[in-house]
Design a protein around this ligand. Structure first.
Ligand SMILES: [Zn+2]
Length: 465
């Protein structure tokens, strides 16, 4: 036995333990989302609790200073004063006493605050504070990013995630799983932490918060791919067109020219499909049509009736909502554009006007240049003429059925954001009949007129794409 090498081994082992523990400490983070700022700080473990530097958390948020006086730290933040004592839970802040969950610590002149008392200490200093303790994410009365997902099934399964502000997550994929990690974005949890889809390609999505980051994980039965749209406000997750075998090549294969890549499987040519959007929904009831009837319910019933009528003519309709869900205009346009169909029809109902109004966007037509991107607010400009042509054709079909019809430009959301021929149809009660809007015969006639206009303009609509 060689004593020298044994000592060297012990030193090495001790160093390894030290390095490992340093590494572990380094890896624990807290994310802070301020009104104008984002930062991330180290978290340390002391006596079985997690701590963060008191001054470090406050410095980026205002004029902060701390002075040590014996076993006390005197804090000044903007014009607020506080006093913390080493080894004590009692804190004097803004002239009031408060109690920490675990004792305050001073280490080499650095004040350490237990994470579990973070909100209690920060609230008197900053106002609104929200701390997601398990994921170590601190929100300080600033902008947050919310998001919602919508699974589209036609022509191919895709999950459309719409964010309230541009995002730039780190994306990692493994077989059947796609993970997005949001470090810098104050992404708030959605209503449900996980959701299962009745879909053969995209089967579930879940949200989690971990070590100062938010994660969205999507699982599927095929390799998944994420693409960004709308300046980072939309992420579309779909099955990757790459065959799965390409990823799992045996590494030991002899070097030889790779076999010609098999063409990606071509999806079956989709039926002629359009998007039908029943306006309003959920909290947004729309107009009150009668004591019993809200516009949101009338438009949904109408959309379903229209879907049936279209199906009879070989036209498939994607209903952006097929339930009492409330989607924002932004979500509707994102979903409609992701569906990549030649026609978008928004449905409204009204009792304040008679007959049917067919609205198109109030934008000046602009010729589309292939390969160029239009600002989101002007997505419709390249389609203004085909939208007007469709509105006129629809008005003619309505008149044929003795229904008063008006085609006119108007500012109706989200028409400006639709990158396809797009109209908003507002169905009012018929002029001469007493039965009014609720008459099934009348509704059927309006649906027949829309379906007839769609099927007769099918070729024109596809050409306008
Ligand atoms: Zn409406």
């Amino acid at each position: 036995l060689n004593l020298g090498s044994t000592i060297r081994f012990i030193v090495l082992a001790a160093l390894l333990v030290l390095l490992t523990s340093l590494r572990a400490a380094e890896d624990k983070r807290i994310a802070v989302y301020g009104p104008q700022t984002f930062y991330s700080l180290n978290v340390v473990d002391r006596h079985g609790a997690e701590y963060v530097g008191l001054l470090e958390i406050l410095e980026p948020l205002g004029a902060a200073s701390a002075k040590q006086d014996g076993d006390k730290v005197k804090l000044r933040f903007n014009d607020i004063e506080g006093q913390f004592t080493d080894g004590k839970t009692k804190v004097r802040l803004r002239g009031k006493d408060l109690e920490l969950t675990t004792k305050f610590l001073i280490e080499n002149g650095r004040g350490l605050l237990p994470l579990r008392s973070l909100t209690a200490v920060l609230r008197p200093l900053l106002g609104t504070v929200e701390f997601h303790e398990a994921g170590r994410r601190l929100f300080l009365g600033g902008a947050v990013v919310t998001f919602a997902g919508d699974l589209m099934k036609t022509p191919a399964s895709r999950l459309v995630l719409s964010f309230s502000a541009p995002v730039n997550p780190h994306i990692a994929t493994e077989p059947g799983k796609l993970r997005m990690v949001f470090t810098r974005e104050p992404l708030m949890p959605p209503r449900a932490a996980s959701i299962k889809f009745e879909d053969t390609t995209i089967t579930s999505a879940s949200f989690g918060e971990h070590n100062g980051a938010a994660e969205v994980t999507i699982t599927g039965t095929a390799p998944l791919l994420a693409s960004f749209a709308d300046g980072g406000r939309t992420i579309i997750v779909s099955a990757s067109p790459q065959p799965a075998q390409q990823v799992a090549q045996p590494p030991a294969a002899p070097a030889e020219p790779p076999p010609a890549a098999a063409p990606p499987p071509q999806p079956a040519p989709p039926r002629f499909t359009i998007v039908v959007d029943a306006a309003h929904g959920g909290d947004d009831r729309g107009a009150t049509l009668s004591d019993q009837l809200a516009e949101k319910d009338a438009t949904l019933a109408f959309a379903r009736r229209l879907r049936t009528e279209l199906a009879n003519r070989g036209v498939a309709a994607i209903l952006l909502r097929d339930s009492d869900a409330n989607f924002t205009h932004h979500q509707r346009s994102v979903a409609a554009n992701a569906a990549n169909v030649p026609l978008y029809v928004s449905l409204h109902a009204s009792t304040s006007t008679s007959g049917v109004h067919v609205y198109t966007a109030m934008l000046s037509p602009v010729a589309r240049k292939p390969g160029t991107f239009l600002p989101w607010d002007e997505a419709q400009t390249g389609y203004v003429e085909s939208s007007r042509a469709f509105a006129l054709a629809l008005a003619a079909e309505l008149e044929k059925r003795n229904i008063a019809a008006f085609a006119l430009p108007a500012s109706v959301r989200p028409l400006n954001n639709i990158a396809a021929t797009a109209v908003a149809v507002e169905v009012g009660p018929p002029f001469r009949e007493k039965e009014g809007f609720a008459s099934a015969v009348y509704q059927q006639a309006v649906c027949a007129a829309i379906s007839s206009a769609v099927s007769s303009l099918r070729a024109t609509l596809e050409a306008a794409r």
